[in-house]
Design a protein around this ligand. Structure first.
Ligand code: AMP
Ligand code: ZN
Length: 495
């Protein structure tokens, strides 16, 4: 049998074809074969060329770097995806300056680490690799590796100085490597995450049969990214609560958003108040992220015994604990008109919980657990209520939404997934597919920035090198400023 790397000849590599030298084998054999598909010498059309990008995310307190490739077939391979979160212990939340210091400390070393996971060049010998493909090779630790086709970075929205750390570093890399810069929208990246997840799944499946894939030059197995547009996304995180209708790559309509605090922030605040002191310690107190602890306290086991409200009237019924306190669902009196449908409110419920617990410090663990469960139930039903309004409006417009995506840190809550599914089923939307990306891709990460860079690049978009960060960068093309493409600094090349 011929060694698999001989298949590279079909892809037009020049020079000798031998496996990488042992000192440069950072990855096992099969992925190396897959990676070599990244650099066919002559690409038939630019849009069909496999793509490799290095991406940086620094919009908040996470310093993140990723290396991602997407093959012609639509499958993706994540070579590197790492993050370091700033130590927020003394600040009870994210402190912008503290986070900038953390980005400045950690970004360059993280990039240095990421470069060691770039795919190896097909040639064994560095000088041979450099001679054969001088513009496609980086020498890292004495090994010839494939240079990214472009650099992706978060341009906004986020904290200005934090974004600038990543953007300026990305510009430096793009200039040094003589490759384009793709300065992308962080919220667009959250919205596109399910398409990344699908491409990664495809990539994992293909690795099982990688040799025939490498040898094949026909593209009959090509896949367009899934889920297809349009789809609805519920972006629920520490900084955002948004219901988004993704219509196309650059058209994301915000159907509902929070009047005040974000749902993750509200959960963190309630958790600090409701959790018994003996639970309120450990890792969460270092990061300020109490959501997972709150979920575990409310539901030590995922036995929810939950009955979904079958009518809107049931959703907005006041909860009476029978212990001397009640909870009123958010915006219970607001009706179902367009204003209500586009509004989330978490500040009211949070304020109520803060006062309630302050007035009843003697609450025992069982009572606190009941409160935690009801807070989560009312919060999640409020989230889904706006999804149901949106589905109702789609039906009226004669469209049936096929997919709903749950993303953002709060989407890792299993009870939320349960409530969404149960409410959809109870209200006649049992056929809608629910997609929840894995937690590591739901929270802020650079893999989603890399994917967004790739999708934008494939459509011919590039960023000017003089672009500035954008603290507020609306997603919706109908919003003031024109959404993603409304921000100056984009140019388009023919694909
Ligand atoms: P992000 O802003 O996307 O990084 O997500 C962080 C937010 O998600 C924080 O407010 C967390 O408390 C919240 N979160 C993370 N895991 C959970 C969970 N299991 N349940 C509820 N909230 C969570
Ligand atoms: Zn985010």
């Amino acid at each position: 049998m011929r060694p698999p790397w001989m298949a590279l000849r079909r892809h037009g590599f020049r020079g000798s074809l031998s496996p990488p030298s042992p000192s440069c084998t950072a990855r096992p054999f099969l992925p190396w074969v897959h990676m070599t598909r990244l650099v066919p010498r002559i690409a038939s059309r630019q849009s069909r060329r496999p793509l490799l990008t290095l991406a940086i995310e620094s919009s908040c307190d996470d310093t993140c770097v990723a290396v991602l490739d997407k093959a012609q077939s639509g499958s993706a391979l994540l070579h590197f995806n790492d993050k370091i979160t700033s130590d927020n212990r003394s600040f009870r939340g994210v402190h912008p300056l503290n986070a900038v210091v953390s980005h400045t400390n950690h970004l360059a070393p993280l990039i240095q680490k990421a470069l060691r996971s770039l795919p190896l060049a097909p040639e064994n010998d560095v000088s041979e690799a450099a001679a054969n493909n001088p513009n496609r090779i980086l020498v890292v630790d004495g090994c010839a590796r494939i240079k990214p086709d472009f650099v992706s970075v978060t341009r906004g929205p986020g904290m200005a100085s934090n974004l600038a750390t990543g953007l300026n570093t990305a510009k430096g890399l793009a200039v040094a490597w003589d490759v384009p810069l793709l300065a992308v929208n962080h919220m667009q990246a959250h919205a596109l995450t399910p398409r990344l997840v699908n491409a990664l799944d495809l990539g994992r499946r293909k690795q099982d049969t990688i040799a025939p894939q490498v040898a094949s030059s026909n593209n009959s197995d090509d896949h367009a990214p899934l889920p297809e547009f349009p789809f609805l996304s519920l972006l629920v995180s520490g900084g955002h609560t948004m219901l988004v209708r993704s219509q196309s790559l650059n058209d994301h309509a915000i159907l509902a958003t929070s009047l005040n605090i974000a749902v993750g922030d509200m959960i963190d605040k309630c958790a600090r108040m409701v959790l018994p002191p003996h639970v309120l310690s450990g890792d969460a107190s270092t990061s300020g992220m109490y959501g997972p602890l709150f979920e575990k306290f409310a539901f030590p086991e995922p036995n929810y015994n939950y009955v979904a409200p079958t009518r809107r009237a049931d959703e907005i019924a006041v909860f009476d604990s029978g212990l001397g306190w009640t909870l009123t669902p958010p915006l219970a009196l607001m009706g179902q008109g367009p204003e209500a449908a586009s509004t989330y409110d978490f500040s009211g419920l949070n304020g109520h919980v803060q006062k309630l617990v302050a007035a009843r410090p003697e609450m025992d663990v069982d009572e606190r657990r009941l409160l935690a469960r009801e807070v989560l139930r009312l919060t999640f039903e409020h989230l889904v209520s706006r999804v149901l309004f949106a589905l109702r409006d789609s039906e009226k417009a004669g469209e049936r939404v096929k997919t709903i995506v749950l993303s953002g840190g709060v989407a890792s809550n299993k009870f939320l997934r349960h409530v969404v599914r149960a409410m959809l089923d109870a209200r006649g939307f049992g056929d809608i597919q629910l997609v929840a990306p894995p937690v590591s891709l739901c929270t802020d990460n650079a893999a989603m920035i890399a994917w967004t860079g790739i999708e934008m690049y494939e459509q011919g978009w590039r960023s000017e090198l003089d672009v500035l960060v954008s603290r507020k960068w609306p997603l919706d093309p109908r919003a003031e400023g024109g959404g993603i493409l409304g921000l100056p600094g984009w140019y388009r090349v023919e694909s």
